[in-house]
Design a protein around this ligand. Structure first.
Ligand code: GTP
Ligand code: MG
Length: 452
Protein backbone atom coordinates (compact mmCIF):
# COMPACT_ATOMS: atom_id res chain seq x y z
CA UNK A 1 0.00 0.00 0.00
CA UNK A 2 0.90 3.65 0.04
CA UNK A 3 3.17 3.40 3.08
CA UNK A 4 2.65 4.34 6.69
CA UNK A 5 4.17 7.79 6.60
CA UNK A 6 2.01 8.78 3.65
CA UNK A 7 0.89 12.26 4.51
CA UNK A 8 1.22 12.82 0.80
CA UNK A 9 -0.84 10.60 -1.41
CA UNK A 10 0.80 8.40 -4.03
CA UNK A 11 0.32 10.09 -7.41
CA UNK A 12 -1.79 8.08 -9.86
CA UNK A 13 -0.12 7.56 -13.23
CA UNK A 14 -2.23 6.29 -16.14
CA UNK A 15 -0.43 4.39 -18.88
CA UNK A 16 -2.21 4.81 -22.18
CA UNK A 17 -1.69 4.51 -25.89
CA UNK A 18 -2.58 2.55 -28.99
CA UNK A 19 -3.07 -1.24 -28.90
CA UNK A 20 0.21 -3.16 -28.82
CA UNK A 21 2.40 -0.11 -28.39
CA UNK A 22 3.74 -1.65 -25.18
CA UNK A 23 1.79 -0.31 -22.17
CA UNK A 24 1.66 -3.59 -20.29
CA UNK A 25 5.23 -4.49 -21.28
CA UNK A 26 6.48 -1.22 -19.79
CA UNK A 27 4.83 -2.02 -16.47
CA UNK A 28 6.12 -5.59 -16.65
CA UNK A 29 9.61 -4.24 -17.20
CA UNK A 30 9.30 -1.95 -14.17
CA UNK A 31 8.04 -4.88 -12.08
CA UNK A 32 10.82 -7.12 -13.45
CA UNK A 33 13.51 -4.53 -12.78
CA UNK A 34 12.26 -4.31 -9.25
CA UNK A 35 12.83 -8.04 -8.92
CA UNK A 36 16.35 -7.67 -10.30
CA UNK A 37 17.01 -4.80 -7.94
CA UNK A 38 16.03 -7.04 -5.03
CA UNK A 39 12.95 -4.94 -4.38
CA UNK A 40 10.31 -7.38 -5.59
CA UNK A 41 8.49 -7.52 -2.27
CA UNK A 42 8.15 -3.75 -2.28
CA UNK A 43 5.99 -3.74 -5.37
CA UNK A 44 2.34 -4.32 -4.67
CA UNK A 45 -0.14 -5.50 -7.20
CA UNK A 46 -3.55 -3.95 -7.01
CA UNK A 47 -6.68 -4.23 -8.99
CA UNK A 48 -5.72 -2.83 -12.37
CA UNK A 49 -2.86 -0.99 -10.76
CA UNK A 50 0.74 -1.46 -9.63
CA UNK A 51 2.21 0.47 -6.71
CA UNK A 52 5.94 1.20 -6.88
CA UNK A 53 7.43 2.73 -3.72
CA UNK A 54 10.05 5.48 -3.80
CA UNK A 55 12.82 3.13 -2.62
CA UNK A 56 12.24 0.87 -5.62
CA UNK A 57 12.08 3.79 -8.01
CA UNK A 58 15.43 5.05 -6.80
CA UNK A 59 16.91 1.54 -7.07
CA UNK A 60 15.85 1.33 -10.71
CA UNK A 61 16.68 4.92 -11.60
CA UNK A 62 20.12 4.63 -9.96
CA UNK A 63 22.23 7.75 -10.28
CA UNK A 64 19.46 9.70 -12.01
CA UNK A 65 17.39 9.99 -8.84
CA UNK A 66 18.37 11.34 -5.46
CA UNK A 67 15.69 9.96 -3.10
CA UNK A 68 16.24 12.80 -0.64
CA UNK A 69 14.81 15.12 -3.31
CA UNK A 70 11.43 13.48 -2.99
CA UNK A 71 8.87 13.18 -0.27
CA UNK A 72 6.19 11.46 -2.30
CA UNK A 73 5.67 7.84 -1.26
CA UNK A 74 6.00 6.42 -4.78
CA UNK A 75 3.83 6.03 -7.86
CA UNK A 76 0.66 4.07 -8.58
CA UNK A 77 0.49 2.96 -12.22
CA UNK A 78 -2.81 2.15 -13.88
CA UNK A 79 -2.64 0.07 -17.05
CA UNK A 80 -5.41 0.71 -19.54
CA UNK A 81 -6.08 -2.44 -21.53
CA UNK A 82 -6.34 -2.10 -25.31
CA UNK A 83 -9.82 -1.37 -26.67
CA UNK A 84 -10.82 -0.03 -23.29
CA UNK A 85 -11.21 3.67 -23.08
CA UNK A 86 -8.93 5.60 -20.82
CA UNK A 87 -11.90 7.88 -20.26
CA UNK A 88 -13.19 5.47 -17.57
CA UNK A 89 -10.49 6.89 -15.37
CA UNK A 90 -12.54 9.78 -14.09
CA UNK A 91 -12.93 11.23 -10.64
CA UNK A 92 -14.86 14.06 -9.08
CA UNK A 93 -14.17 17.06 -11.25
CA UNK A 94 -11.87 15.50 -13.80
CA UNK A 95 -9.30 12.84 -14.43
CA UNK A 96 -8.57 10.10 -11.94
CA UNK A 97 -4.95 10.09 -13.06
CA UNK A 98 -2.72 12.90 -11.82
CA UNK A 99 -0.31 12.36 -14.68
CA UNK A 100 -0.11 10.08 -17.68
CA UNK A 101 2.41 8.24 -19.81
CA UNK A 102 1.41 8.17 -23.45
CA UNK A 103 3.13 5.14 -24.96
CA UNK A 104 3.96 5.45 -28.67
CA UNK A 105 5.68 2.74 -30.71
CA UNK A 106 8.60 4.47 -32.50
CA UNK A 107 7.91 2.39 -35.62
CA UNK A 108 4.20 3.18 -35.80
CA UNK A 109 4.03 6.74 -34.51
CA UNK A 110 0.57 8.12 -33.77
CA UNK A 111 -2.35 5.75 -34.36
CA UNK A 112 -6.13 6.18 -33.79
CA UNK A 113 -6.05 5.38 -30.07
CA UNK A 114 -3.05 7.67 -29.62
CA UNK A 115 -5.14 10.54 -30.98
CA UNK A 116 -8.04 9.47 -28.80
CA UNK A 117 -5.84 9.44 -25.71
CA UNK A 118 -4.53 12.92 -26.59
CA UNK A 119 -8.10 14.21 -26.94
CA UNK A 120 -8.94 13.01 -23.46
CA UNK A 121 -5.68 14.28 -21.96
CA UNK A 122 -6.49 17.69 -23.43
CA UNK A 123 -10.07 17.64 -22.22
CA UNK A 124 -9.09 16.69 -18.68
CA UNK A 125 -5.93 18.84 -18.72
CA UNK A 126 -3.85 15.95 -17.47
CA UNK A 127 -0.08 16.58 -17.59
CA UNK A 128 1.68 13.82 -19.52
CA UNK A 129 4.96 12.61 -20.94
CA UNK A 130 5.53 10.47 -24.00
CA UNK A 131 7.34 7.14 -23.77
CA UNK A 132 8.69 6.51 -27.28
CA UNK A 133 8.85 2.75 -26.95
CA UNK A 134 10.63 -0.12 -28.74
CA UNK A 135 13.87 1.77 -29.44
CA UNK A 136 15.59 -1.65 -29.42
CA UNK A 137 13.92 -2.41 -32.77
CA UNK A 138 15.91 0.28 -34.61
CA UNK A 139 18.04 -1.58 -37.18
CA UNK A 140 21.59 -2.05 -35.90
CA UNK A 141 20.62 -1.21 -32.30
CA UNK A 142 23.21 -2.21 -29.71
CA UNK A 143 21.25 -3.01 -26.55
CA UNK A 144 22.55 -1.92 -23.14
CA UNK A 145 20.03 -3.36 -20.71
CA UNK A 146 18.54 -1.08 -18.04
CA UNK A 147 20.79 1.89 -18.82
CA UNK A 148 19.72 5.53 -18.96
CA UNK A 149 18.97 6.63 -22.47
CA UNK A 150 21.83 9.05 -23.05
CA UNK A 151 24.28 6.41 -21.90
CA UNK A 152 22.99 3.86 -24.40
CA UNK A 153 22.82 6.49 -27.16
CA UNK A 154 26.57 7.08 -26.80
CA UNK A 155 27.13 3.41 -27.54
CA UNK A 156 25.13 3.34 -30.78
CA UNK A 157 26.45 3.60 -34.31
CA UNK A 158 25.85 6.96 -36.00
CA UNK A 159 23.47 5.18 -38.30
CA UNK A 160 21.32 3.65 -35.55
CA UNK A 161 21.28 6.91 -33.63
CA UNK A 162 20.22 9.02 -36.59
CA UNK A 163 17.57 6.48 -37.54
CA UNK A 164 16.13 6.68 -34.02
CA UNK A 165 16.29 10.46 -34.09
CA UNK A 166 14.28 10.50 -37.30
CA UNK A 167 11.56 8.43 -35.65
CA UNK A 168 11.61 10.56 -32.51
CA UNK A 169 11.30 13.79 -34.50
CA UNK A 170 8.40 12.26 -36.37
CA UNK A 171 6.62 11.79 -33.00
CA UNK A 172 7.59 15.30 -31.88
CA UNK A 173 6.07 16.57 -35.14
CA UNK A 174 2.87 14.65 -34.53
CA UNK A 175 2.63 16.14 -31.05
CA UNK A 176 3.08 19.56 -32.58
CA UNK A 177 0.20 18.84 -35.01
CA UNK A 178 -1.91 18.21 -31.92
CA UNK A 179 -0.94 21.61 -30.57
CA UNK A 180 1.76 20.56 -28.12
CA UNK A 181 5.29 21.81 -28.12
CA UNK A 182 7.47 18.80 -27.40
CA UNK A 183 11.13 17.88 -27.24
CA UNK A 184 13.49 15.20 -25.95
CA UNK A 185 12.92 15.17 -22.23
CA UNK A 186 16.45 16.29 -21.34
CA UNK A 187 15.87 19.57 -23.18
CA UNK A 188 12.56 20.30 -21.43
CA UNK A 189 12.67 22.83 -18.59
CA UNK A 190 8.99 23.13 -17.83
CA UNK A 191 7.08 19.88 -18.23
CA UNK A 192 3.73 21.65 -18.04
CA UNK A 193 4.43 23.82 -21.06
CA UNK A 194 6.43 21.33 -23.07
CA UNK A 195 5.87 17.62 -23.49
CA UNK A 196 8.96 15.56 -22.69
CA UNK A 197 9.66 12.60 -24.97
CA UNK A 198 11.51 9.74 -23.26
CA UNK A 199 12.97 7.09 -25.61
CA UNK A 200 12.55 3.68 -23.94
CA UNK A 201 12.53 -0.03 -24.54
CA UNK A 202 10.23 -2.23 -22.49
CA UNK A 203 12.23 -5.14 -23.88
CA UNK A 204 15.73 -4.12 -22.73
CA UNK A 205 14.87 -1.65 -19.97
CA UNK A 206 16.82 1.12 -21.70
CA UNK A 207 15.38 4.51 -20.75
CA UNK A 208 13.30 3.11 -17.88
CA UNK A 209 15.52 4.91 -15.31
CA UNK A 210 14.83 8.14 -17.20
CA UNK A 211 11.09 7.49 -17.42
CA UNK A 212 10.77 6.98 -13.65
CA UNK A 213 12.98 9.98 -12.91
CA UNK A 214 10.92 12.28 -15.12
CA UNK A 215 7.67 11.00 -13.59
CA UNK A 216 8.89 11.57 -10.04
CA UNK A 217 10.18 15.02 -10.93
CA UNK A 218 6.92 15.94 -12.61
CA UNK A 219 4.80 14.70 -9.69
CA UNK A 220 6.97 16.32 -7.09
CA UNK A 221 7.13 19.64 -8.83
CA UNK A 222 3.59 20.12 -10.04
CA UNK A 223 1.33 17.92 -8.00
CA UNK A 224 2.48 18.13 -4.42
CA UNK A 225 -0.18 20.55 -3.30
CA UNK A 226 -2.89 18.26 -4.63
CA UNK A 227 -1.34 15.18 -3.03
CA UNK A 228 -1.90 16.24 0.56
CA UNK A 229 -4.91 14.37 1.82
CA UNK A 230 -6.29 12.92 5.00
CA UNK A 231 -5.19 9.35 4.33
CA UNK A 232 -7.21 8.01 7.25
CA UNK A 233 -10.45 9.78 6.35
CA UNK A 234 -13.41 8.04 4.69
CA UNK A 235 -12.34 6.69 1.30
CA UNK A 236 -13.32 8.05 -2.11
CA UNK A 237 -12.78 6.15 -5.34
CA UNK A 238 -13.86 5.39 -8.88
CA UNK A 239 -15.23 2.11 -10.21
CA UNK A 240 -13.03 0.78 -13.04
CA UNK A 241 -15.04 -2.35 -13.73
CA UNK A 242 -18.11 -4.18 -12.46
CA UNK A 243 -17.28 -7.91 -12.49
CA UNK A 244 -18.69 -11.22 -11.36
CA UNK A 245 -16.23 -13.03 -9.13
CA UNK A 246 -16.85 -16.64 -8.23
CA UNK A 247 -17.75 -16.95 -4.56
CA UNK A 248 -18.28 -13.19 -4.21
CA UNK A 249 -21.03 -12.33 -6.70
CA UNK A 250 -20.89 -8.89 -8.33
CA UNK A 251 -17.75 -6.99 -7.29
CA UNK A 252 -16.28 -3.59 -8.06
CA UNK A 253 -12.72 -3.13 -9.29
CA UNK A 254 -12.03 0.27 -7.81
CA UNK A 255 -9.23 2.80 -7.62
CA UNK A 256 -9.29 4.58 -4.28
CA UNK A 257 -7.89 8.10 -4.67
CA UNK A 258 -8.58 9.59 -1.26
CA UNK A 259 -8.79 8.30 2.31
CA UNK A 260 -9.19 4.73 3.56
CA UNK A 261 -11.72 1.98 3.00
CA UNK A 262 -12.20 -0.72 5.66
CA UNK A 263 -13.73 -4.17 5.49
CA UNK A 264 -16.55 -3.10 7.85
CA UNK A 265 -17.46 0.16 6.08
CA UNK A 266 -20.80 1.15 4.60
CA UNK A 267 -20.36 2.58 1.10
CA UNK A 268 -22.42 4.55 -1.41
CA UNK A 269 -21.89 3.67 -5.10
CA UNK A 270 -23.25 5.33 -8.24
CA UNK A 271 -25.96 3.08 -9.71
CA UNK A 272 -27.97 3.06 -12.95
CA UNK A 273 -31.00 4.52 -11.20
CA UNK A 274 -30.21 5.62 -7.68
CA UNK A 275 -27.06 5.64 -5.54
CA UNK A 276 -26.59 2.18 -3.99
CA UNK A 277 -26.04 2.02 -0.23
CA UNK A 278 -24.40 -1.24 0.85
CA UNK A 279 -22.01 -2.80 3.38
CA UNK A 280 -18.57 -4.03 2.32
CA UNK A 281 -18.40 -7.81 2.57
CA UNK A 282 -14.73 -8.17 1.64
CA UNK A 283 -11.82 -6.11 0.33
CA UNK A 284 -9.71 -8.13 -2.08
CA UNK A 285 -6.25 -7.61 -3.52
CA UNK A 286 -4.27 -9.86 -5.84
CA UNK A 287 -1.36 -11.69 -4.33
CA UNK A 288 1.97 -9.90 -4.79
CA UNK A 289 3.62 -9.75 -8.22
CA UNK A 290 0.86 -11.44 -10.07
CA UNK A 291 -0.93 -10.06 -13.05
CA UNK A 292 -4.47 -9.00 -12.21
CA UNK A 293 -6.06 -9.90 -15.51
CA UNK A 294 -5.02 -13.54 -15.09
CA UNK A 295 -5.19 -13.47 -11.31
CA UNK A 296 -7.63 -15.78 -9.60
CA UNK A 297 -6.19 -15.82 -6.10
CA UNK A 298 -7.15 -12.90 -3.93
CA UNK A 299 -6.08 -11.96 -0.50
CA UNK A 300 -8.65 -10.45 1.86
CA UNK A 301 -7.41 -7.29 3.52
CA UNK A 302 -8.81 -5.30 6.45
CA UNK A 303 -8.21 -1.84 5.03
CA UNK A 304 -6.85 -0.09 1.95
CA UNK A 305 -5.37 3.38 1.84
CA UNK A 306 -5.27 5.80 -1.12
CA UNK A 307 -3.97 5.66 -3.69
CA UNK A 308 -4.61 2.00 -4.40
CA UNK A 309 -6.59 -0.43 -6.46
CA UNK A 310 -8.98 -2.75 -4.63
CA UNK A 311 -11.75 -5.16 -5.47
CA UNK A 312 -14.84 -4.51 -3.32
CA UNK A 313 -17.27 -7.35 -2.68
CA UNK A 314 -20.66 -6.28 -1.34
CA UNK A 315 -24.35 -7.14 -1.82
CA UNK A 316 -26.61 -5.26 -4.28
CA UNK A 317 -23.94 -4.14 -6.75
CA UNK A 318 -25.68 -5.30 -9.92
CA UNK A 319 -26.68 -1.76 -10.97
CA UNK A 320 -23.27 -0.21 -10.27
CA UNK A 321 -21.61 1.51 -13.26
CA UNK A 322 -18.01 1.61 -14.41
CA UNK A 323 -16.77 5.15 -13.99
CA UNK A 324 -19.15 5.83 -11.09
CA UNK A 325 -18.06 7.21 -7.72
CA UNK A 326 -17.67 5.11 -4.54
CA UNK A 327 -17.75 6.85 -1.17
CA UNK A 328 -17.22 5.47 2.33
CA UNK A 329 -19.80 6.64 4.89
CA UNK A 330 -18.12 5.68 8.21
CA UNK A 331 -18.89 8.43 10.76
CA UNK A 332 -20.44 10.77 8.23
CA UNK A 333 -24.13 11.42 7.73
CA UNK A 334 -25.51 8.86 5.26
CA UNK A 335 -27.89 11.29 3.54
CA UNK A 336 -25.05 13.72 2.98
CA UNK A 337 -22.87 11.06 1.33
CA UNK A 338 -25.77 9.90 -0.85
CA UNK A 339 -26.34 13.52 -1.88
CA UNK A 340 -22.66 13.84 -2.85
CA UNK A 341 -22.78 10.72 -5.01
CA UNK A 342 -26.00 11.92 -6.61
CA UNK A 343 -24.41 15.31 -7.33
CA UNK A 344 -21.36 13.66 -8.91
CA UNK A 345 -23.60 11.57 -11.14
CA UNK A 346 -25.61 14.65 -12.09
CA UNK A 347 -22.34 16.33 -13.10
CA UNK A 348 -21.71 13.62 -15.66
CA UNK A 349 -25.28 13.55 -16.85
CA UNK A 350 -25.43 14.20 -20.56
CA UNK A 351 -27.66 17.02 -21.78
CA UNK A 352 -30.38 15.44 -23.91
CA UNK A 353 -32.76 17.05 -26.40
CA UNK A 354 -36.28 16.27 -27.63
CA UNK A 355 -34.81 14.93 -30.87
CA UNK A 356 -31.44 13.33 -31.50
CA UNK A 357 -29.42 10.12 -31.61
CA UNK A 358 -29.21 7.36 -28.98
CA UNK A 359 -25.78 6.82 -27.38
CA UNK A 360 -24.70 3.70 -25.47
CA UNK A 361 -21.28 3.27 -23.87
CA UNK A 362 -19.47 0.88 -21.54
CA UNK A 363 -18.64 3.40 -18.83
CA UNK A 364 -19.72 6.79 -17.53
CA UNK A 365 -16.38 8.21 -18.60
CA UNK A 366 -16.69 7.07 -22.19
CA UNK A 367 -20.31 8.24 -22.31
CA UNK A 368 -19.17 11.66 -21.14
CA UNK A 369 -16.36 11.74 -23.72
CA UNK A 370 -18.68 10.78 -26.59
CA UNK A 371 -21.27 13.35 -25.50
CA UNK A 372 -18.53 15.98 -25.50
CA UNK A 373 -17.43 15.04 -29.01
CA UNK A 374 -21.03 15.01 -30.28
CA UNK A 375 -21.68 18.39 -28.74
CA UNK A 376 -18.65 19.85 -30.53
CA UNK A 377 -19.98 18.37 -33.77
CA UNK A 378 -23.44 19.86 -32.99
CA UNK A 379 -25.12 16.46 -33.05
CA UNK A 380 -28.05 16.33 -30.59
CA UNK A 381 -28.59 13.37 -28.24
CA UNK A 382 -32.03 12.09 -27.25
CA UNK A 383 -30.86 9.35 -24.89
CA UNK A 384 -27.47 8.49 -23.39
CA UNK A 385 -26.85 5.51 -21.16
CA UNK A 386 -24.23 3.09 -19.87
CA UNK A 387 -24.93 -0.50 -20.86
CA UNK A 388 -25.55 -2.92 -23.73
CA UNK A 389 -27.98 -2.04 -26.52
CA UNK A 390 -31.48 -3.09 -25.46
CA UNK A 391 -34.80 -3.17 -27.40
CA UNK A 392 -35.84 0.03 -25.62
CA UNK A 393 -32.90 1.90 -27.24
CA UNK A 394 -33.98 0.82 -30.70
CA UNK A 395 -37.58 1.74 -29.91
CA UNK A 396 -36.51 5.26 -28.90
CA UNK A 397 -34.32 5.67 -32.01
CA UNK A 398 -37.13 4.44 -34.28
CA UNK A 399 -39.44 7.26 -33.17
CA UNK A 400 -37.07 9.91 -34.55
CA UNK A 401 -38.84 12.51 -36.69
CA UNK A 402 -35.71 13.17 -38.75
CA UNK A 403 -34.31 10.04 -40.47
CA UNK A 404 -30.77 11.10 -39.60
CA UNK A 405 -31.63 10.76 -35.91
CA UNK A 406 -32.81 7.15 -36.30
CA UNK A 407 -29.39 5.98 -35.15
CA UNK A 408 -27.70 4.31 -32.20
CA UNK A 409 -24.04 5.16 -31.56
CA UNK A 410 -22.37 2.39 -29.57
CA UNK A 411 -18.99 2.39 -27.87
CA UNK A 412 -17.57 -0.87 -26.46
CA UNK A 413 -20.99 -2.45 -25.80
CA UNK A 414 -22.84 -5.51 -27.07
CA UNK A 415 -26.21 -5.69 -28.80
CA UNK A 416 -28.69 -7.79 -26.83
CA UNK A 417 -30.41 -10.47 -28.90
CA UNK A 418 -33.89 -8.92 -28.76
CA UNK A 419 -32.43 -5.61 -29.81
CA UNK A 420 -30.77 -7.18 -32.83
CA UNK A 421 -34.15 -8.37 -34.04
CA UNK A 422 -35.56 -4.88 -33.60
CA UNK A 423 -32.74 -3.36 -35.61
CA UNK A 424 -33.63 -5.66 -38.49
CA UNK A 425 -37.30 -4.77 -38.29
CA UNK A 426 -36.87 -0.98 -38.08
CA UNK A 427 -35.02 1.73 -40.02
CA UNK A 428 -32.62 2.32 -37.15
CA UNK A 429 -28.93 2.36 -38.08
CA UNK A 430 -26.31 1.10 -35.66
CA UNK A 431 -22.81 2.57 -35.51
CA UNK A 432 -20.21 0.83 -33.38
CA UNK A 433 -16.52 1.60 -32.93
CA UNK A 434 -13.98 1.48 -30.15
CA UNK A 435 -12.41 4.81 -31.06
CA UNK A 436 -14.67 7.73 -30.19
CA UNK A 437 -13.76 10.14 -32.97
CA UNK A 438 -14.05 7.34 -35.55
CA UNK A 439 -17.52 6.52 -34.22
CA UNK A 440 -18.59 10.13 -34.66
CA UNK A 441 -16.95 10.36 -38.11
CA UNK A 442 -18.80 7.24 -39.29
CA UNK A 443 -22.07 8.77 -38.18
CA UNK A 444 -21.25 12.10 -39.87
CA UNK A 445 -20.46 10.30 -43.14
CA UNK A 446 -23.85 8.57 -42.89
CA UNK A 447 -25.61 11.91 -42.39
CA UNK A 448 -23.82 13.37 -45.41
CA UNK A 449 -24.92 10.41 -47.50
CA UNK A 450 -28.56 10.93 -46.43
CA UNK A 451 -28.43 14.64 -47.20
CA UNK A 452 -27.08 14.12 -50.71
P1 GTP B 1 -2.85 -3.67 -25.38
O1 GTP B 1 -2.99 -3.90 -23.91
O2 GTP B 1 -3.41 -4.77 -26.20
O3 GTP B 1 -3.37 -2.32 -25.80
O4 GTP B 1 -1.27 -3.66 -25.76
P2 GTP B 1 -0.08 -3.03 -24.92
O5 GTP B 1 0.07 -1.59 -25.28
O6 GTP B 1 -0.21 -3.36 -23.48
O7 GTP B 1 1.16 -3.78 -25.58
P3 GTP B 1 1.97 -5.01 -24.97
O8 GTP B 1 2.76 -4.58 -23.80
O9 GTP B 1 1.06 -6.14 -24.82
O10 GTP B 1 3.02 -5.25 -26.15
C1 GTP B 1 2.62 -5.61 -27.45
C2 GTP B 1 3.73 -6.36 -28.13
O11 GTP B 1 4.87 -5.52 -28.32
C3 GTP B 1 4.23 -7.57 -27.33
O12 GTP B 1 4.50 -8.61 -28.25
C4 GTP B 1 5.51 -7.07 -26.70
O13 GTP B 1 6.44 -8.10 -26.47
C5 GTP B 1 6.03 -6.09 -27.75
N1 GTP B 1 6.85 -5.04 -27.15
C6 GTP B 1 6.45 -4.17 -26.20
N2 GTP B 1 7.44 -3.31 -25.90
C7 GTP B 1 8.49 -3.66 -26.67
C8 GTP B 1 9.82 -3.14 -26.82
O14 GTP B 1 10.25 -2.17 -26.18
N3 GTP B 1 10.63 -3.75 -27.73
C9 GTP B 1 10.21 -4.80 -28.48
N4 GTP B 1 11.08 -5.33 -29.33
N5 GTP B 1 8.97 -5.31 -28.36
C10 GTP B 1 8.12 -4.75 -27.47
MG1 MG C 1 -1.80 -4.18 -22.40
Amino acid sequence: DAGDDAELRTPIVAVLGHVDHGKTSLLDEIRGSAVTAGEAGAITQHIGATAVPLSTISEIAGSLVDPTDFDLPGLLFIDTPGHHSFSTLRSRGGALADIAILVVDVNDGFQPQTHEAIDILKRTQTPFIVAANKIDTVPGWNPNPDTPVQETLEKQSDRAESRLNEQLYEIIGQLSDEGFSADMYWRVQNFRENIGVVPVSAETGEGIPDLLTVLMGLSQRYLKAEMSIDVDGPGVGTVLEVKDERGFGTTLDTVLYDGTIRADDTIVVGGKNEPIVTDVRALLQPRPLSEIRTEKQFEQVDAVRAAAGVKIAAPDLDDAMAGAPVRVVRDRNLEEVVAEVRAELADIEVVTEEQGVVVKADTLGSLEAIAGTLEEAEIPIVRAEVGDIAPRDIAVASTAEDPKHAAVLAFNVDVLEDAEREIEETDVDLFADDVIYQLVEEYEAHVEAIEE
